[in-house]
Design a protein around this ligand. Structure first.
Ligand code: SAH
Length: 221
């Protein structure tokens, strides 16, 4: 986008993003589309990258991390099947954009980020935009957030080798978790549910996320 970055121009960019990248590719959840039409994604990236905020790609957010491609945000959020009543745990706050989308669509969002600088920036931005139902904490996400468990939905926005056991333990019996499972080269977007005491895993296509780092994922950054 080159038209000066006025808020009307960004709004047009956003409407085009939703039509061309999301609706046209099969995202049908109207609440997800409305949330992504509303949230000012350009505020979640550095000023120098704002012109590219509505493009069909991930973007760097510092500290070697990225804000996910809009389509992937929409797909993961759709897979959660949110109605507005859920308590959601997100692992990997990053820019805070996905947390804002969840904040629009769920009752409460608890989001954990391991890098303090990113967590602080996301928290300030989300507070400024009025997302009082989104809590951001610095911590080790593969351990979950035991004090707030159980969660109706869990979304992990970094790629790990397997489902971290504490997260499955903190998932409500009729809950649903969405996470990318695989290695550093690529992952499969996976839906995890309880099925009579065991885990039921359903694959939903390929994706590529930054590494999930922690006790129950990859070691070290
Ligand atoms: N949801 C983000 C994208 C996140 S990128 C957005 O909308 O912008 C993945 C994030 O996960 C990075 O910020 C990374 O620091 C974080 N991360 C990786 N492993 C983590 C862990 N174990 N606990 C918490 N955050 C983690």
């Amino acid at each position: 986008m080159s038209a000066g970055g006025s808020s009307a121009a960004f709004e047009r960019e956003r409407a085009r993003m939703v039509d061309d990248q999301l609706a046209r590719r099969g995202i049908t959840d109207e609440r997800v589309l409305a949330a992504m039409r509303k949230i000012p994604r350009h505020l979640f990236v550095d000023e120098a990258l704002r012109d590219r905020a509505y493009g069909d790609h991930a973007l760097p957010i510092g500290e070697e991390q990225t804000i996910s491609q809009p389509y992937i945000v929409a797909l993961m959020t759709s897979l959660l099947g949110l109605t507005g009543r859920e308590k959601v745990l997100e692992i990997g706050t990053g820019s805070g954009y996905q947390a804002a989308v969840l904040g629009e669509l769920a009752r409460r969002v608890c989001s954990i980020e391991r890098l303090p600088r990113l967590a602080q920036r996301a928290r300030a931005l989300l507070d400024g935009l009025g997302y009082a139902n989104v809590w951001v904490r610095v911590g080790s996400g593969t351990l979950g957030w035991p004090d707030e468990a159980p969660f109706d939905r869990i979304l992990v926005t970094a790629g790990g080798p397997a489902v971290p056991p504490p997260l499955f333990e903190q998932l409500a019996p009729d809950g649903r978790m969405v996470l990318p499972l695989g290695d550093a080269e690529g992952q499969t977007l996976t839906v995890v549910e309880h099925a009579g005491g065991t885990m039921k895993l359903t694959p939903h296509g390929d994706c590529k996320f930054v590494r999930l780092v922690g006790k129950y994922a990859w070691e070290n950054g």
